[in-house]
Write a protein that binds this ligand. Sequence first.
Ligand SMILES: NC(=O)c1ccc[n+]([C@@H]2O[C@H](COP(=O)([O-])OP(=O)(O)OC[C@H]3O[C@@H](n4cnc5c(N)ncnc54)[C@H](OP(=O)(O)O)[C@@H]3O)[C@@H](O)[C@H]2O)c1
Length: 251
Amino acid sequence: MKCLITGASSGIGRDMAKYLAKLGHNVILVSSDMQKLDKVGREIEKSTTFQCDLRKEEDVDRLVELIKRERPKVVINNAGFGAFGFYDEIELDREMEMVSVNVIALHKITKACLEYMGEKEKNYILNVASSAGLMPGGPMMSTYYATKSYVKSYSLGIYKELKYLKRNISISVLCPGPVNTNFNKVAGGTFSVKALSSEYVAKYAIKKMFKEKMVIVPGLTMKLGVFFSRFTPTKLLLQILFKIQHKKNLI
Ligand SMILES: NC(=O)c1ccc[n+]([C@@H]2O[C@H](COP(=O)([O-])OP(=O)(O)OC[C@H]3O[C@@H](n4cnc5c(N)ncnc54)[C@H](OP(=O)(O)O)[C@@H]3O)[C@@H](O)[C@H]2O)c1
């Protein structure tokens, strides 16, 4: 089966690509960094690479054209990044780039997939959000949390529509807590809680995606956290989240 993964040059995306290849699938690896892509491509036998900076509209359009041409049966919208800090410490341009990669590119790619997918056999979309997307807001990571809420909300709405329309497409949303990847280096902070390995999260996510799970939350701690957050008043939850984020040592 042909699979396409954005953000396949490192972390969760790279490990999902490796696992899919191990299962015998062909993978198209997408990221903005050709050097990193080539390195990952050499490690994965049945892979091709596609350089694409998802901050740029013209690059997203090129990727959408590739998707329409290649018609991968599995598309994983994994590329994304965050930024730690108070709202006035993060540049507006950086926040807009985050919205472009985490939200706009993901939306355009999902929309393109929904056009051609599900004609004969089952096709799969996996949108990578975060446990952040299940929270009411994320003090000191406000834009990031907001982008991930969008990913969750958009994906779940589409999930219900696909069920109603009986389309042969499965859409899942992945909501991990902290995972050991390059994420912190890019975002400029550290985790104050224990992180899962990206290999574990990647394998877990792919297995659950093929089982057509709607919301995928890896790890017992995060499952419990998400469960109890449902019964916690919003102001209290924001206070807890602020404490967790504020404890992070800003680099
Ligand atoms: N790590 C965590 O704790 C955690 C928790 C919950 C959710 N997530 C989500 O998981 C996803 C993967 O992140 P990760 O943790 O694996 O971090 P990572 O190791 O930093 O990987 C991020 C990937 O996104 C790609 N990317 C970033 N900006 C891009 C751009 N402009 N154009 C194309 N690709 C771009 C990067 O590729 P290039 O730099 O090569 O372009 C890289 O392959 C993200 O959506 C993240 O929000 C992570």
